[in-house]
Design a protein around this ligand. Structure first.
Ligand SMILES: O=P(O)(O)OC[C@H]1O[C@H](O[C@H]2O[C@H](CO)[C@@H](O)[C@H](O)[C@H]2O)[C@H](O)[C@@H](O)[C@@H]1O
Length: 256
């Protein structure tokens, strides 16, 4: 399916029986030069809080970031969340995902390589590593080659491409699994699932909600996306959320 956002329809405003799943970087938040440099607008926090209440708690963040990072970014909110592309779920025991001992030497080698390309950086997320080249385009190819070459040292690991990043992460779970697991539990169970995301990793989430007759919303443009709807950019997503908060919680929205 073509994913030209000029041809895919905008999502309608939500009903109170929706379960809303939201990717973070490139969807709720504008991209920044570094992972720590993102800005979370105060208005967005207010709209997420209102929507979370209006949807009976059925609003979750679904991100490649760690849960701890999501909580820090969206403080004081602590929303239901899927972290590390489906590997972390709030409340679930993720003790099965201790990093393999080989990861320490891979991390050290990745840092040595990144140091040769000013602006490249390695994000250590515990069991996963993200190799970023947003500020160092010349590092893209070497970081890709490196990631491919060390996979043999990390049994059970796979590559996760993203926006100016390649990640090394344990295989076997994805954002679709995470969304499906939440949909099996209260308060998400029985609701119409809607997922908004922008990246390759979000296609798993699109497949999961499409399989349940939900809505999948691509942010931006990408060929071969499974998304059924589109919004232009994170600014459009935040405006849609603002309208949604007004529509679902008008009396509260008007008071804040
Ligand atoms: O699943 P997401 O919530 O979209 O997270 C995906 C990755 O996002 C972050 O990296 C991206 O955003 C950075 C900040 O804007 C940007 O500098 C980088 O180029 C992007 O790839 C985050 O750092 C990763 O850990 C997430 O997996």
């Amino acid at each position: 399916m073509s994913a030209d956002p000029s041809r895919l329809p905008r999502p309608p405003l939500p009903s109170a029986d929706w379960a809303l799943f939201l990717d973070v970087d490139g969807t709720l938040l504008d991209f920044s030069c570094t992972p720590d440099g993102v800005h979370v607008p105060m208005d967005l926090l207010g709209d997420l809080r209102r929507l979370h209440a209006a949807l009976g708690g059925a609003l979750a963040l679904v991100s490649g970031r760690r849960l701890e990072t999501l909580d820090a970014l969206f403080s004081p909110l602590q929303l239901p969340a899927i972290g590390l592309h489906g590997l972390q779920r709030r409340g679930a025991n993720d003790a099965g995902h201790a990093p393999p001992h080989e990861l320490a030497s891979v991390l050290a080698a990745a840092r040595d390589l990144a140091a040769k390309y000013p602006g490249a950086l390695v994000e250590d997320k515990g069991i996963t590593l993200a190799l970023h080249w947003r500020n160092a385009p010349a590092a893209e190819e070497p970081l890709h080659e490196f990631a491919n070459s060390v996979l043999i040292d990390l049994p059970g690991y796979a590559l996760q491409p993203g926006r100016d990043v390649i990640e090394l992460r344990p295989d076997g779970h994805d954002k679709g699994d995470g969304i499906a697991a939440l949909l099996d539990t209260a308060p998400f169970r029985g609701r119409m699932p809607v997922f908004i995301g922008d990246d390759y990793t979000d296609e798993h989430g699109f497949d999961a909600v499409n399989a349940r007759h939900g809505l999948s919303v691509l942010v931006g443009t990408r060929a071969d996306s499974a998304a059924t709807h589109a919004l232009h950019d994170p600014l459009s997503v935040r405006a849609w959320l603002r309208d949604a908060a007004h529509a679902l919680a008008p009396e509260v929205a008007a008071a804040t």
